[in-house]
Design a binder for this molecule. Structure first.
Ligand SMILES: C[S@@+](CC[C@H](N)C(=O)[O-])C[C@H]1O[C@@H](n2cnc3c(N)ncnc32)[C@H](O)[C@@H]1O
Length: 231
């Protein structure tokens, strides 16, 4: 028999359902920017938060950015891996999601643990400006929906604000190109192919590891990139 649910467990489930509802509504409203129909799984979050966990200098606090934080599914896991002194910038262009994240930081049992060290920015990542510096960037942006020029601009921005030796972890969904080859208009298939070549170019230059996470809807790939210590 299942153990009786504590109030905290039921609050957790309620808030996950609320997040999933909000995510789906925004996906219908603006699929190009949202890029998925459901928030990421915890398994994907843990894989993306790898370099918040694995630190070169365990004594030095990390400056972390999550680009495209959505309803905070990955942010929650990042917060779990954060240590005293770390800071987190949650960047989200959709005002509904950004407002929701600000509310979660104040009220959510998991995210409020980082209330004093996390900041929500309702902005495009590329509008954050050059006066920033991060040790770890976790990107949830739906590159498959962007043009090659947009992907290049974002990757250049990430690397301009990443400290030498810092890490960028980004993800996308498996098999989308193959599915699009069959069902999407030719221009859309070609646009996605071109934007994926830009990602590949960066992975070839800076990639240090690739993972597949099947426990996600849909299953995902992750690339981990490292900015060279002396660029
Ligand atoms: C695939 S969802 C990922 C959401 C969340 N990280 C997760 O894994 O569940 C992509 C998110 O990126 C946001 N987004 C898209 N383009 C953006 C941009 N240029 N700058 C900031 N956020 C952006 C969308 O509004 C959406 O919330």
């Amino acid at each position: 028999m299942a153990a009786p649910q504590t109030p905290l467990q039921s609050t957790g489930l309620d808030s996950r359902l609320r997040d999933a509802g909000l995510f789906l509504r925004q996906a219908f409203r603006t699929f190009r920017a949202t890029g998925a129909v459901a928030p990421s799984s915890r398994a994907l979050g843990h894989a993306l938060a790898r370099f918040v966990d694995e630190r070169e200098d365990p004594g030095a606090p990390l400056s972390i950015m999550e680009g495209g934080a959505g309803t905070g599914a990955v942010s929650r896991v990042i917060v779990e891996h954060m240590r005293k002194g770390d800071t987190l910038d949650l960047v989200e262009s959709n005002p509904e999601f950004a407002g929701h994240l600000a509310e979660l930081l104040a009220t959510d049992p998991e995210l409020s643990a980082a209330a004093d060290s996390a900041t929500v920015h309702q902005a495009l990542v590329t509008d954050l400006g050059p006066d920033r510096s991060y040790d770890v960037i976790v990107s949830g942006l739906p590159f498959a929906n962007f043009t090659a020029e947009e992907v290049r601009e974002i990757l250049e921005y990430y690397f301009s604000v990443l400290r030498p030796g810092g890490h960028l972890s980004l993800f996308g969904y498996l098999y989308t190109k193959q599915v699009k080859a069959v069902i999407a208009p030719r221009e859309d298939y070609l646009r996605q192919a071109r934007s994926s070549w830009v990602v590949e170019e960066w992975v070839n230059r800076y990639g240090i590891g690739t993972e597949r996470v099947m426990a996600n809807i849909p299953p995902a790939w992750i690339h981990h990139l490292r900015k060279p210590a002396a660029d």
